[in-house]
Design a protein. Structure first.
Length: 188
């Protein structure tokens, strides 16, 4: 591709790193020194040379970042699906001993079920990755009686709201100190 075509491709690229590489190669094709082209692309001369070789070998696809291997996931996809099911179903009071899941509770259950030790924060990140929010509804006590709560609401006496004392605001200012009578300040 010509330098003009590379620049046009860089304008339409959604990957900023790939666009910088395209522009640096376009500068080389225009006859700029390689050091200047590399600095304009935010890299050193050797890195630009490597990208030119990858471009010559694979074309535009060679300028994209290759996927990195990284650390393998601690939980498999099947285990993540089971974890998501646990959270969807909610805890069982008799079996789990809790009325709502906390990360520390799930951490212990993951360790017991899958024999994988995870940090509490890692469990929170997994839940976020699975699409769960850290907000939860207030748990309902298993022995609560909704009928008794409704009866209590209906039979509670209606108490009057707070009442102000008559004349109490007349002798004080908003700052709380006593005010002088108007006639006393004019007498002086």
């Amino acid at each position: 591709m010509s330098a003009v075509q590379l620049r046009a491709e860089a304008c339409h690229s959604l990957d900023a790193k790939r666009a910088r590489r395209l522009l640096a190669i376009a500068m080389v094709l225009d006859g700029h020194p390689r050091l200047l082209a590399a600095q304009a692309g935010g890299m050193d001369r050797q890195t630009l040379r490597d990208w030119v070789h990858r471009y010559n070998a694979a074309g535009l696809e060679g300028l994209a970042d290759q996927p990195r291997s990284g650390r393998p996931a601690r939980l498999t996809q099947a285990q993540l699906a089971e974890l998501a099911q646990w959270v969807d179903d909610g805890p069982d009071l008799e079996a789990d001993g809790v009325v709502r899941w906390r990360c520390v509770d799930l951490q212990a259950r993951i360790a017991a079920r899958f024999e994988v030790e995870l940090h509490e924060r890692t469990v929170g990140k997994l839940l976020e990755k699975l699409g769960f929010s850290n907000m939860s509804a207030r748990p309902i006590h298993p022995k609560s009686d909704p009928e008794a709560q409704e009866i209590f609401k209906k039979t509670s006496p209606n108490l009057p709201g707070p009442q102000s004392r008559p004349g109490s605001s007349g002798g004080r200012s908003k700052s709380g100190s006593k005010m002088k009578p108007a006639s006393a300040s004019k007498a002086r």
